[in-house]
Design a protein around this ligand. Structure first.
Ligand code: AMP
Ligand code: ZN
Length: 472
């Protein structure tokens, strides 16, 4: 098939045309959540944009297989190998076992995803399912000379690689080596950037999850899980790997180091990173304790899809600042849009040429580095166009398989308008009078009412779902 999808590849630091390893097929991997707490709406920004990426690829005709891990072991409170195990921290906080905490927050994560219309990946695999695979990969890395035992742990030896800082430019590489001089020192490491593949010298007496290994009872490091889980389901060659920008270093850098040392060739061709959602005090993060969740938005009366629209209105490569003022504005825009779409009648034969014209524009927006705000503009443009209502509905229904904003199904919800109550009462009274007139076959009065409303800029339409109105 024609490869026309262009997006920014963090590895090459430029916008590139995606050329999959296998024609028409995409092997895609997403770093899943660390399930020690609810996902915050920042995490979910990443998953919304990755969902759009997956659905865009499907929309333009690719067969996508997407895999996601669930981090239920090994992620310490620092992304390097220091601090407390995040899962253990969650279990202590809630007086539950680690596995209970993992199950609870995994379910909560997918429930949030469902509310945000984020498709569940084809394969979802918890890290604790794959201990044998981790041990095998580590054994191979040791055998190939890329890993060593020290102080009871197994480390990856970054000095064995010609280019460890794959994501950085030359000047950044020089700077990074300097910056990491002040990182807490683990005297077992041969080089500052070496990272743990397997812990046996647990820093925590009560580390809940431990497994037998050739190196003693212990548990895996965080990075190894994504290399193993992706290879288990996608093989040795991957097309796209996704995550938030905070994953670039050290997580993804370490994934590449160990995966390519293991397979002996290039592993993943394209890296897609979503920039952060920030609040006024900076990056939203779970460790800050006080963070926004989907449930909290719902408690405040927001439809979660309004938050999805909030994310789609800005580009995934730009930092996005969250505020309720902006969310309120998006709510207004969303409700009006859904209401406008609900007012489309089902009249007219399908206008294929016009549909194709707008579909091409919509695809162009997606293929232009996932330009979601431009894709939404295409919806507004087609609503303004001379396309008939039935074709408009069909086009929006199709485009919403990517945007997933509930543009057609949300009609009921959005009818709670933010128009002034007096105006709503007036229009509704007029609509009722018109209905009564029509029932009496008094079409002159019914038409006069329609015209009276029109003179005030109110358009009414008879649809299958009843009479709907909107401003001209
Ligand atoms: P975690 O559950 O911490 O492993 O993170 C899950 C995903 O959310 C990862 O892809 C992170 O890179 C991403 N992420 C973390 N914080 C943010 C944020 N404030 N904005 C956007 N994405 C984030
Ligand atoms: Zn990962």
């Amino acid at each position: 098939m024609e490869n026309k999808f262009r997006f920014y590849n963090t590895l090459s630091r430029q916008v590139e045309t995606l050329i999959p390893n296998e024609d028409g097929k995409i092997a895609m991997y997403t770093c899943g959540p660390t399930v020690y707490h609810f996902a915050h709406i920042g995490n979910l920004r990443s998953y919304i944009m990755e969902d759009i990426l997956e659905k865009s690829l499907r929309f333009i005709g690719y067969d996508v297989k997407r895999v996601m891990n669930i981090t239920d072991v090994g992620h310490l409170s620092s992304d390097a190998d220091t601090g407390e195990d995040k899962m253990l921290k969650g279990a202590k906080r809630e007086h539950k076992t680690v596995m209970e905490v993992a199950q609870f927050y995994t379910d909560a994560f997918f429930s949030d995803c469902e509310k945000l219309n984020i498709k569940r990946p084809d394969v979802v695999e918890p890290a604790t399912n794959c201990i044998d695979e981790f041990i095998h990969m580590i054994e191979v890395l040791i055998a190939k000379g890329y890993a060593y035992a020290a102080g009871g742990n197994i480390y990856f030896d970054t000095s064995k690689l010609d280019d460890y800082y794959v994501f950085s430019s030359q000047t950044e590489k020089e700077l990074m080596v300097g910056v990491r001089d002040d990182v807490e020192e683990d005297t077992n490491k041969r080089n500052k950037n070496d990272f743990v593949l397997w812990f046996t010298k647990s820093k925590f007496e009560d580390q809940a999850l431990k497994w037998d290994s050739p190196w003693g009872v212990g548990y895996p490091g965080w990075h190894i899980e994504c290399s193993c889980i992706s290879m288990k389901h996608l093989g040795e060659y991957m097309d796209i790997h996704c995550g938030g920008v905070d994953n670039i270093f050290p997580h993804h850098t370490n994934e590449i180091a160990q995966s390519e040392s293991y397979v002996g060739h290039k592993w993943c061709n394209y890296w897609f990173h979503v920039h952060h959602l920030n609040d006024k005090s900076g990056k939203m993060s779970k460790s800050k304790g006080d963070f926004l969740t989907v449930s909290l938005l719902e408690e405040k009366g927001y439809n979660p899809l309004v938050y999805r629209m909030f994310c789609l209105q800005s580009h995934y490569r730009k930092p996005l600042e969250f505020s309720f003022e902006v969310l309120d504005q998006v709510k207004g825009t969303y409700d009006k849009l859904v209401k406008k779409i609900a007012s489309l009648s089902t009249d007219g034969a399908f206008e294929e040429d016009k549909y194709k014209e707008y579909r091409a524009k919509f695809e162009e927006a997606l293929c232009n580095d996932v330009n979601t705000s431009m894709a939404i503009t295409v919806i507004y443009d087609l609503l303004k166009s001379d396309m008939n209502d039935a074709t408009k509905r069909k086009a929006i229904e199709d485009f919403d398989t990517v945007l997933s904003l509930g543009l057609l199904s949300g009609a009921g919800e959005a009818s709670e308008t933010d128009e002034e109550p007096e105006l709503v009462a007036y229009v509704e009274e007029m609509i009722a009078k018109r209905a009564a007139a029509k029932k009496e076959k008094d079409f002159a009065t019914a038409d006069a009412i329609r015209d009276a409303l029109l003179s005030k800029g109110i358009v009414i339409k008879d649809t299958r779902e009843g009479v709907v109105w909107n401003r001209q």
